[in-house]
Design a protein around this ligand. Structure first.
Ligand code: ATP
Ligand code: MN
Length: 480
């Protein structure tokens, strides 16, 4: 079947000739009426009458479906019967101008091949309009819905745009390890990586597990952040970034936390905290603009279906100057607000999402960057201010999300860093390699971490972080 493929049709397709397939995204833009085309994809709906069948087909290249028109008399009845919602088919036919509403082109089918049937009795996506909760239970099939197709395409575009932005700005992509022997990342509870027999681990005389007999000869964990390794890169290549999976074993069952998520961590030699804020703001605006430029069909769909302010909100970020103020000033605003909070506000305690969102959504009405946090609630590596109580940390806060970026200028002074490590009881033997960068050719530097799924939450307007990653991992949930 489909052995012959006309030259004319090949000129439409952007895909390679040997695939013998036109992507639906290309056909929907084509005006080469009369040309022979071939599409392969999954049937979304079939309707019609005894003379004519309309098949709505999607191949994931674009949110829109292409309409396939089949004259019943030209086809084997048995074949048409197998064209059901969810089945996979190949269609060869002629691209024609469509008289139907909402589409310019359709395919007049000449041949239909069933690649894979889908029993209507048991196919879980037989009907439209399933809840997002239900779709989470069928994460293996949800990419076939319009919503997840849109989310996955946007996720791809954002990953690509992140690499493009950094590449265009002279950054080098560094791969931080996923398995870490360092316990000092300090960003949260960690998952252990081990090959020891869980029923009968080797024990030390004091009853503790003897990790010297474990795979790496020591206790190892899944990384919570690639920052410390990125710093090593920045002290050689000046501008670097990581983009990889990170893991946190916290029991945070919120719509903004995952146990496995992806993080982007740029690290820049010779940057201070102001440079760091400028980069974060420019970077986020670039990503919003990229989404508007390259994902507008998917954004329009999500705006219509889930969040009618989505596109305006993205434009709002691009057009606003992020408000910059200190943690201390923010606490004063929150206390003066007269709001009642679930978590009380007091100088010295970490801000909660409710406080962050109040500042962004109610008080300022635009993204906010808070700086100079109390040193006791921040990690050991943040640069200490002369006041002795605050550090040069910065969090970027977004509408609906709260914290989307956390970062800081780093403490580059060896003595100050050593004092902090001792105060926080971090064993020197765990961080000697990190301290070496301050011993040999230290330099002012800064960086931040952007949670990839928090970014995708914002850009897609989805409400739950479990719906912006293909296979979410959260407490009590790692189904497949
Ligand atoms: P939060 O206070 O929101 O729990 P955090 O302060 O622990 O976040 P950082 O350690 O600063 O987070 O990590 C940098 C970024 O990674 C955050 O700004 C956020 O975008 C993202 N992030 C952190 N924890 C998670 C998580 N569990 N799931 C998804 N993204 C996360
Ligand atoms: Mn943070």
């Amino acid at each position: 079947m489909f052995s012959h493929f006309s030259k004319f049709a090949v000129s439409i397709t952007k895909s390679m000739e040997h695939t013998r397939r036109n992507r639906i995204v290309d056909l929907l833009k084509s005006r080469e009426f009369g040309s022979e085309v071939m599409v392969k994809g999954w049937v979304r709906t079939k309707r019609g009458n005894k003379n004519i069948t309309f098949i709505s087909l999607n191949d994931g290249s674009v949110i829109h479906h292409i309409q396939v028109v089949a004259e019943v008399a030209r086809f084997d009845e048995e074949v048409l019967k197998l064209v059901t919602t969810g089945s996979c088919i190949a269609v060869r036919g002629t691209l024609v101008e469509s008289m139907g509403q909402g589409q310019h082109v359709e395919i007049q089918a000449k041949e239909i091949e069933i690649l894979g049937t889908a029993d209507p009795e048991t196919y879980p996506l037989q009907k439209k309009g399933h809840s997002l909760e239900f779709l989470r239970d069928i994460a293996h099939l949800r990419p076939r819905t319009n919503t997840f197709g849109a989310v996955l395409r946007i996720r791809h575009a954002m990953a690509y745009a992140i690499h493009k932005y950094f590449n265009d700005h002279g950054f080098f992509y560094i791969h931080a390890p996923i398995i870490t022997g360092s316990d000092a990342e300090g960003a949260g509870a960690m998952f252990r990586v081990t090959t020891l027999d869980d029923r009968n681990p080797p024990l030390l005389p004091d009853g503790q597990v003897d990790y010297s007999q474990d795979f790496f000869g020591k206790e190892t964990k899944l990384t919570v952040s690639g920052q410390l390794e990125a710093e090593l890169g920045a002290m050689a290549l000046s501008l670097v970034y990581t983009f990889g999976p990170t893991f946190r074993a916290e029991n945070s069952n919120t719509p903004r936390h995952l146990a496995e998520f992806w993080m982007i961590e740029p690290e820049m030699a010779f940057y201070d905290i102001t440079d760091n804020m400028d980069l974060a703001e420019d970077f986020l605006k670039y990503l919003m603009q990229y989404a508007l430029d390259y994902c507008i069909d998917d954004l329009e769909f999500l705006t219509k279906m889930y969040d009618n302010e989505l596109i305006d909100r993205l434009k709002g970020v691009i057009n606003s100057k992020f408000e910059r103020l200190s943690y201390t000033q923010a606490v004063e605003i929150l206390i003066a607000s007269g709001q009642t909070w679930e978590f009380p506000v007091a100088w010295g305690s970490d801000l909660q999402a409710e406080h962050e969102r109040y500042l962004v959504e109610k008080h300022f009405g635009r993204p906010v960057i808070l700086t100079d946090y109390p040193r006791d609630i921040k990690a050991f590596y943040m640069k200490q201010n002369p006041d002795g109580t605050t550090v040069r940390g910065m969090d970027v806060l977004f509408p609906r999300i709260g914290e989307i970026i956390g970062g800081s200028q780093r403490e580059e002074n060896l003595e100050a860093l050593m004092n902090r490590i001792h105060e926080m009881n971090i064993p020197e033997k765990d961080v000697w390699w990190y301290l070496d960068t301050r011993k040999f050719g230290t330099a002012p530097h800064a960086g931040f971490g952007l949670g990839f799924e928090r970014l995708i939450l914002f850009v897609t307007g989805m409400a739950n972080i479990r719906d912006v990653i293909p296979f979410p991992r959260s407490p009590k949930n790692a189904a497949f």
